[in-house]
Ligand binder design. Structure first.
Ligand code: NAD
Length: 508
């Protein structure tokens, strides 16, 4: 018998009253749903109730909740002494230990207790919903319901359809998610679902750039924050997640996709885990938190004084060249207008996905005097400058001084196809395009999930549109040429839309 999942009086069962279970119980009760809460350890259930009360009282203190609401919310959460009490639940969501056999065993127990109409949902981050459902008599009622930590603040949940999940089941969970004040996004049962899958670009390419000696981690983070407008760079994010947890996710998604080269990690992360450098939770990860504040090993370097030397900007990339010329003109930097640089000029190229070496050789420019500036991103937050191994130190220094003269910080990195931010961002965009191409989720849901779950300033597809799909494609094609690695192959979803001049959000 199918239940009415849109009825006012829904009861949600939550099994596992740890970090996630208590968060789910809290937002469900706040939304007016009845909650049954069970944990194998009775003291964990009591601790969860105490923790929820504390959170609610804090909301009252901040004036965000009426005092009377606290008792009403708590009254809606019934602590259970055994699983038997779950019999009448409309949905039971498990947030127990991340172990497939434990979850399969729990679902079998629940099937013996609950009617066929009860939805069985799992908050797993990494296990297959299909494999969990396969242990059940009625696999069509099993789905993933993936919340994020801390549940009340991370206002998104992925609803995951296993191979046999009924559409009505995922529809019901999406509606309940919205009722609980979170955005519900639908995903197919694939490794990493949407959000952990979409975050591969940031972490794997950030690590790759560092491992190639292009820039240190703090510089990479600064560029991702100040130039590309992310709230955090990849190393801050890793420190926040915990490197031990992140390593498991990184390796599991890489291996579940049969060693997909885009997701290949570097040995650096395992080494840091071996050293106990877990991040914020252990006081030391990439950054050192022991003094209470993140300590950056490379504080902002002092820019050299600006010398009066002309800059000649190559017109090979007209959009980037024009943006740089406009910024430098406003800062009173002397620009040469001739078709070729004079003998005293610093030569600046603005490549997309090319390193300085390739750009200057292709354009027939003097390598000793050529530097490159990243113009894919606005030039008013932070500027990324790089030379080639042939660039004279005096030219690089002079370029640094002139680029910094207007007060915008400059990061100097080693020669790299795509600098730092171009590489990380195009990986983020192309992976999101792959997610769309593989029909793991629809484009709008991919963007919603990433914005809410990862705090990116824009969804990755929207970001690709804003920067220009054709330019993203150029960066990828040049990266692929430079490294001869399938890691950088453009997603077919991206190349098709870039060539047709369509939005990356355009479905087919
Ligand atoms: P946790 O360790 O904080 O809590 C798990 C709770 O489950 C414990 O209180 C434990 O006593 C109880 N438990 C274990 N086995 C049980 C069983 N068989 N029956 C009843 N209770 C049982 O764990 P958590 O961080 O809340 O994670 C729970 C689930 O949510 C995991 O599957 C995890 O992968 C997933 N998840 C965690 C996060 C996160 O950031 N913590 C985010 C998303 C998803």
């Amino acid at each position: 018998m199918r239940r009415e999942y849109n009825s006012e009086a829904l009861t949600i069962g939550v099994v596992g009253a740890g970090t996630m279970g208590r968060g789910i119980a809290q937002i469900a009760a706040q939304a007016g749903l009845r909650v049954c809460l069970y944990d194998a350890r009775a003291e964990a259930t009591q601790a969860a109730l105490g923790a929820i009360e504390k959170v609610l009282v804090r909301l009252v203190d901040k004036g965000r909740m009426e005092q009377a609401a606290v008792a009403a919310i708590l009254a809606r959460i019934a602590p259970l002494g055994s699983l038997q009490g779950m019999a009448d639940c409309d949905v039971v969501v498990e947030a127990i230990v991340e172990d497939l056999e434990a979850k399969r065993g729990l679902f079998q127990e629940l099937e013996a207790i609950c009617g066929e109409g009860t939805i069985l949902a799992s908050n797993t981050s990494s296990l297959s919903i299909t494999a969990m459902a396969a242990a059940c008599e009625y696999p069509h009622r099993v789905a993933g319901w993936h919340f994020f930590n801390p549940v009340p603040l991370m206002r998104v949940a992925e609803v995951i359809e296993g191979a046999l999940t009924d559409r009505a089941v995922s529809d019901a969970l999406l509606a309940i998610t919205e009722r609980m004040g979170h955005a519900g996004v639908r995903a197919r049962d694939m490794p990493g679902f949407i959000i952990n899958h979409a975050n591969r670009g940031m972490t794997s390419e950030g690590l790759r750039v560092q491992s190639e000696g292009i820039a240190d981690f703090a510089t990479i983070d600064s560029i991702m924050r100040d130039a590309a407008n992310f709230r955090m760079g990849p190393f801050q994010l890793l420190d926040l997640l915990g490197l031990d947890v992140a390593e498991t996710v990184i390796e599991s998604i890489y291996n579940q996709f049969y060693q997909e080269p885009r997701f290949r990690p570097t040995p650096l992360i395992r080494q840091r885990v071996a050293a106990g450098l877990y991040g914020r939770k252990s006081g030391h990860g990439f950054y050192d938190y022991r003094s209470g504040e993140p300590e950056s090993p490379s504080a902002e370097p002092v820019a050299p004084a600006a010398v009066d030397r002309p800059i000649w900007i190559s017109p090979a990339e007209p959009v980037g060249a024009a943006a740089l010329a406009e910024a430098l003109t406003a800062e009173n930097v002397r620009l040469e207008q001739g078709e070729a640089p004079s003998n005293e000029a610093i030569i600046v190229v603005t490549p997309l996905g090319q390193d300085t070496s390739t750009a200057c050789l292709e354009q027939g420019l003097d390598p000793a005097r050529t530097v490159a500036v990243d113009t894919l991103f606005p030039l008013n937050g932070r500027r990324t400058l790089m030379g080639s191994p042939a660039t004279g130190a005096d030219y690089l220094q002079a370029a640094h001084g002139l680029l910094a003269a207007g007060g915008v910080p400059v990061s100097v990195v080693r020669d790299s196809p795509g600098f730092v931010a171009q590489r990380v961002v195009v990986l983020i965009v192309t992976i999101a395009c792959d997610i769309a191409q593989q029909r793991i989720a629809v484009p709008a849901d991919i963007d919603t999930a990433v914005k809410r779950g990862l705090g990116y300033p824009q969804g990755p597809l929207e970001m690709g549109d804003a920067l220009g799909a054709a330019r993203i494609l150029r960066v990828l094609e040049n990266l692929e040429r430079a490294y001869a690695e399938p890691r950088y192959r453009p997603s077919i979803w991206l190349s098709r839309r870039a060539r047709l001049g369509l939005s990356l959000l355009q479905e087919d």
